[in-house]
Design a protein around this ligand. Structure first.
Ligand code: GAL
Length: 469
């Protein structure tokens, strides 16, 4: 069922694997600052060195080749390329590093998919207000144009922002990701809004300046769980589950694919709660200005990061106040039948991916879809013979195959998260998502394939062989 040019990939992100946090002129990012502060969740762990891919890229390339990937998704570190975030000063060493990565991939017949922003904002831009400041959209557009101009002759798949939901909510409302703000009920909506504005500007730049010569495609990676009613026979749970999807997938999906604005259910919920709280000072969920390019139509494909599923109950479980959770007024819970892998949040539900894909087809106008992240982690004692994760990949890919073959979803690629064990944000090195184990106690950061890595390689080669017959 997989088309012959299906993208078989794995993904990583700069801050999680590169290290070299101040090597060769790189500027600091908000994650450097956040990790160097005391009192964060994962103790003294940082991404200062992590897999050291900045120096050990050759080793990563060997891993990519061993898996037989056709595509590799990486992110560019904005402050490695532009240390103060602006094009006033370009760090040539950073350009050389990514040129080598991109050229090496292509010489091995692996196509790069490049994310411009995977959580690591230049600290200098944070100092000017970061994603909460409207001016960030112009700064991002400059950076995006610089990247299209510099790498776009060889990169044909671009993602502007990775997971604006996570970046906005965990970074600006929950405070567990950089920049560590806890401004519940306001800052996340504002940050998410400016990410959409930034994305739309960058897409328009690509469209008018580079598309005709470079011929690539640009999107934004949206993460969402599959959400369904806890009690399907209860109307309140049915509408709670729709509302919950509106606040995750819909928050970014509707502006890009449906109306150019946030879902009605989301705006209505935020506004209703604002009235109840006696909030003044304009809508907390911002309004898109007519003087700017609309986000509608600014995604050339749907980029989906899917990890898990939840059942949804009406009501925020007794919480009351100014927060996104209270606005949404739902509770997302685990089905006791689902198994959990290393992280408490990660219930293993491959079937949820098929349902979500079907929903995307129906809701967003049958777009081309790339699954830009999906994975399974381990915690605690290292298990290199991870048969369970191998089965997870096999079952998940079967679900994708059914989505294509039986539901007619136009899925063009699948990227496993992640190529390597790496710095898992607030969880540091405690969660291992890699197809390759990385020994962080070894100066050489030795990479060793897991059994699940071998399994993924076997799956890829089986589908490739089916087409070469
Ligand atoms: C995503 C994120 C990745 C990775 C993954 C596993 O939210 O984009 O960087 O950390 O989750 O938790």
């Amino acid at each position: 069922m997989f088309p012959p040019d299906f993208a078989w990939g794995a993904a990583t992100a700069a801050y999680q694997i590169e290290g070299g946090w101040q090597t060769d002129g790189k500027g600091p990012s908000i994650w450097d600052t956040f990790c160097h502060k005391e009192g964060r969740g994962c103790g003294a762990q940082t991404g200062d060195v992590t897999c050291n891919s900045y120096e050990l890229w050759d080793k990563d390339l060997q891993c990519i080749r061993q898996l037989g990937l056709t595509h590799y998704r990486l992110s560019l570190s904005w402050p490695r390329l532009l240390p103060d975030g602006t094009t006033r000063h370009v760090n040539q060493k950073g350009v050389e590093y990514y040129n080598k990565v991109i050229d090496d991939l292509r010489s091995c017949d692996v196509s790069p998919m490049v994310t411009l922003y995977h959580f690591d904002l230049p600290q200098a831009l944070q100092d000017g207000g970061g994603w909460k400041a409207p001016a960030i959209a112009a700064a991002f557009d400059d950076y995006a144009r610089f990247c299209f101009r510099t790498f776009g002759d060889r990169v044909k798949l671009w993602l502007t922002v990775n997971e604006p939901y996570v970046c906005a909510k965990l970074g600006h409302e929950d405070g567990v990701h950089a920049p560590g703000l806890k401004e519940a009920g306001t800052a996340a909506y504002l940050a998410g809004h400016n990410m959409l504005r930034a994305h739309a500007r960058a897409w328009h730049s690509y469209n008018s300046l580079y598309r005709s010569t470079q011929g690539g495609a640009v999107s934004l990676a949206i993460n969402s769980d599959w959400l369904e009613p806890w009690r399907p026979e209860h109307a309140a749970d049915v509408s709670a589950s729709a509302r919950s999807l509106a606040f995750t997938l819909g928050w970014f999906g509707w502006p890009l694919f449906v109306t150019g604005d946030y879902p009605h259910a989301m705006r209505a919920a935020v506004d209703t709660q604002s009235v109840k709280l006696g909030h003044r000072g304009g809508p907390r969920l911002p309004v898109f200005s007519e003087d700017e390019p609309s986000p509608l139509g600014t995604a050339d494909f749907f980029a989906l990061n899917y990890y898990t599923s939840r059942k949804v109950k009406d009501g925020s479980g007794g919480e009351w106040g100014m927060s996104m959770r209270c606005d949404r007024d739902t509770e997302e819970i685990l089905d006791p039948d689902w198994s959990i892998c290393g992280a408490a949040w990660l219930a293993v539900v491959p079937g949820g991916l098929r349902k979500l894909l079907h929903y995307i087809k129906d809701t967003f106008g049958d777009p081309v879809v790339y699954i830009t992240e999906n994975g399974f982690c381990q915690a605690g004692p290292l298990v290199k013979e991870d048969a369970q994760r191998g089965r997870f990949y096999e079952e998940t890919i079967q679900e994708v195959e059914k989505a294509i073959g039986e539901d007619g979803v136009n899925v063009r690629g699948y990227f496993a998260w992640s190529l390597l064990d790496n710095f898992e944000w607030a969880d540091g090195f405690d969660l291992r998502f890699g197809l390759f184990h990385v020994d962080f106690s070894d100066a050489e950061r030795k990479r060793t394939i897991y059994r699940s890595g071998l399994e993924y390689a076997r799956i890829i080669s089986k589908y490739k062989a089916a087409h070469s017959k």
